[in-house]
Design a protein around this ligand. Structure first.
Ligand code: THG
Length: 264
């Protein structure tokens, strides 16, 4: 499982403030802590409040790379903000994300190729997020076709069925789980899948978020999920993740499997 740390997102108050104040220490600490906790990549999103989004993205990439060697997932709806980060990224990066809209695919597939980056394809278009798995699969097929035609290696593509908050869209969780299974049938070798896990618990009571996140994560892992944007600082979530990998026969059993994963 590729763990993509979600914490460097301007949506969080501490990060939004650190971006506004150019406070490197807050960002560098979050980068180091997430990697120490098992993140193999960090998602970075300047958040809705940043005035100069491209400038903020550059500052985040530079600030993180001063402190930690780790691949970055550049999270923005604006291709120019993503490209500002790609220009500075030292390791193979991820473009987060394109939709199935032609005008987005036409810009972001060549960008992924030019910078040797991975690409997350959200199975939605500008009209919004589908309500069922069939529409999700249609968008997924459009994205896979565009990548094949554009010459992007499918090993670099991650399809995201987009999980919605369970408190307002309860029926969507099973649609997403089935999508993860169905997307695998679109090509051989199968395209990879990713979700932004914390979406599922957004707006639910604080003390229930971790339980909802980790329960959904292990269900998605059983469906074949390859990557997740999540909070690696949530120990119980990471324990669930590694235990699910063990039970899915992705790791050899040993008494110290949890400790080994946490790189203590
Ligand atoms: N798919 C892809 N990228 C994504 C998402 C996705 N990037 C952003 C997001 N979704 C994943 N990251 C987060 C980060 C935080 C939260 C949810 C998803 C979150 N925050 C809490 C809240 O809003 O309730 C707490 C915020 C706070 O403490 O201030 O839930 O789906 N490709």
């Amino acid at each position: 499982m590729l763990v993509i740390g979600e914490r460097i997102n301007g949506m969080f108050k501490d990060v939004g403030k650190a971006i506004a104040d150019k406070d490197k220490a807050v960002i560098q600490r979050l980068a180091k802590e997430q990697v120490a906790a098992g993140a193999g990549m960090l998602d970075i999103n300047v958040g809705p409040a940043a005035v100069d989004a491209a400038g903020a993205m550059k500052w985040l990439v530079e600030t993180i790379q001063e402190a930690q060697d780790v691949p970055l997932s550049l999270d923005s709806t604006k291709p120019q903000v993503i490209e500002a980060g790609l220009k500075l990224a030292k390791a193979k990066a991820m473009i987060n994300s394109t939709t199935a809209d032609k005008e987005k695919l036409d810009v972001l597939i060549p960008m992924a190729k030019q910078y040797g980056a991975g690409l997350i394809g959200l199975t939605m278009d500008k009209k919004g997020i589908p309500r069922d798995k069939n529409q999700r699969s249609e968008f997924a097929a459009q994205i896979v076709t565009a990548c094949m035609e554009g010459g992007l290696n499918l090993a670099d593509l991650y399809l995201d069925p987009i999980i919605l908050p369970v408190n307002v869209a309860q029926a969507q969780a099973t649609q997403v789980l089935e999508s993860i299974r169905e997307f695998r049938l679109l090509s051989g070798p199968p395209p990879k899948t990713v979700v932004g896990l914390s979406n599922v618990s957004q707006g639910t009571e604080k003390e229930k978020k971790s339980l909802i996140n980790r329960t959904f994560l292990v269900m998605a892992q059983a469906c074949g999920l390859e990557a997740a944007i999540l909070d690696p600082l949530d120990k119980e979530l990471m324990d669930g993740l590694i235990t699910a990998e063990l039970l899915l026969n992705k790791h050899i059993y040993c008494a110290s499997y949890l400790d080994a994963y946490r790189k203590k």
